[in-house]
Design a protein. Structure first.
Length: 73
């Protein structure tokens, strides 16, 4: 069970990882013309960040909010 604040922070982290990773990947593709090793490093790091963010989406889908309990007290 996760609190609403924890879920909001996780969602913010997910989108930062996805968009930051994709931006780094694109910069790496552009940089690859001038410095292939640095470009490849940026592409790999950006791709890993984006994939990690996507995996966190599945984690978020499995977490339940403490306020979503079907049993009312």
């Amino acid at each position: 069970m996760a609190t609403t604040l924890q879920l909001k922070r996780l969602q913010a982290l997910i989108w930062v990882l996805i968009y930051g990773g994709l931006l780094t990947l694109v910069v790496g593709l552009s940089l690859g013309r001038y410095d292939p090793s640095a470009g490849l490093a940026c592409v790999v790091v950006g791709g890993l960040l984006a994939v990690f963010g996507a995996l966190l989406i599945f984690l978020r889908a499995r977490l339940k909010n403490e306020g979503d309990s079907p049993i009312k007290k």
